[in-house]
Design a protein around this ligand. Sequence first.
Ligand code: WT7
Length: 567
Amino acid sequence: MSNIGNYDERLKNFDWSISEKELGYKKGDVINIGWYCSDRICQMGKGNKMALIWEGLGGVEKKYTYNDVRLKSNTIGTFLRSLGIKNEDRVCLFMDKIPELYIGLLGILKIGAIAQPLFSAFGDDSLLVRLENAETSAIITQRKHLPKVRKIVEKMPFLKHIIIVDYDGKHPLRDKEVAFSMDEATPVEKFEIFPTKAESPSILHYTSGTTGQPKGVKHVHYSLISQYLTTKWVLDIQENDIYWCTADPGWVTGTSYGIIGAFSTGVTQCVLDSGFAAEAWYKFIEKNKVTMWYSAPTAIRSLMKAGDEIIKKYDLSSLRHLASVGEPLNAEAVVWSEKVFGKQFHDSYWQTETGSIMISNYPGMKIKPGSMGKPFPGITATIIDPETYEPIKEEGKVGLIAIKPGWPSMMRTYWNNEETYKNKFKNGWYLPGDRSTIDKDGYFWFIGRDDDIINTGGHLVSPFEVESALLEHEAVAESAVVSKPDDVNMEVVKAFVTLKPGFTASADLDLNIMNFIRKKLSPLAMPQEIEFIDTLPKTRSGKIMRRILHAKEWGEEIGDISSLEND
Ligand code: WT7
């Protein structure tokens, strides 16, 4: 029996207090995610239950019970306090998917500070703009990422501490740097958790903006109410599950469902801290007897590509429930997963700003392959006309996805950018910036984004950020960045570049520019193709018309180009 039971019944008498009651929370109470994800589970008598089974490169394994998670998050919190870090200070986590990231986040929340997780493959430029925006007080990182931090440290007067979790004593530490070993530090039993309330800030996640720098999405401790219940009802987490969320906590899926949803339900979860490889993934499922698997379309398409033969080498019969998020899950992937695993991937739709799943396919509900499913109980979602902002009644017509504000895990603002936040609301609706249709049975079918943001393999990349970085390359005069189709990642980044006098296009220059972006921004933002052209299409007012370049890449009609400069 699934946790959600009958979807239609749940719709009838839904109230978020269902989640509050299960968590023993009453309006006005102290609510601290760090406590809910460790101390509470121990108080429920599950201190000895395994919380985290971690596997790193070369098969090294580390295991932590809920009692370990409780003590070690206390230890980290105590250490941060000893440095003078206090509630609402921003503390960045800049690490691979290591245990210190999972447990460190809880430690930060326990002292009431704001956790700012950043993807460890970010280059120094990507890191700098995000730390500057948040005026981050401390960064917790690993030796391997230290060079990137050192490169920009001079530009960050606000940054007071650089905490290294795996310092080996080999090279001298520099100013602001301090070593801290989570596993070697004396466990702290007595710890006073900061009494955060529902609206106290918890996590700051950065997401790409269309026209400006990345936006810091501010979440609060009350988000737990959404994250806990969606973990139970959508991911269907049950007492004896072994859960594997493949997302990196540098992104929202990895925190909402890889940390908060997982630990607050007291499940045993496993984490594989290495890059994608089909056989390694199957082996991991077999070894850990994974029952619930939350992954992403690009990974699923990569598994499809690796072929069905290798699947036969592994015993994957433990799998009970599969779900996916981050980008469109094509119908073929759903059909394929049923064929090879005997289970369909259940698509789910949401975003950094929503903090938890908004639209989804539920256990026991009929899946229409290719559809995102229906709104979570308690979520009022529809599609609206892009001009009038009124709900669309006609079946099959494309509209903007619109959600009634007010669910617990909704972002509270964009950090230092209230204006952009306000612009996300129209006519009483929150607009995530996506287009969809709704069929006669109420299922949502994703059409595309309503902006220029590129979704490559489930990661959002801003053309603006890539274009700005390209301009810093000595050879680049102008640039325009669009997406181009890709089998596995759906979209990849493509750059059109005009060169400065004295530079000529060559394969070497091509590689050189790609590497420049990879190092500055991240491997995700690196253009997979650079096309050198003489002039970029522009409007008479000089604005680059990305639309024309985009249409060319996708083989689409170019549309109205009456304002084109060189027509
Ligand atoms: C954007 C949000 C929330 C998880 C990680 C991404 C796209 C998300 C789906 C889906 C089609 C999807 C949307 C959304 N997206 N899920 N099931 N089908 N598109 O978080 O980085 O904030 O990206 O990803 O465009 O707005 P994010």
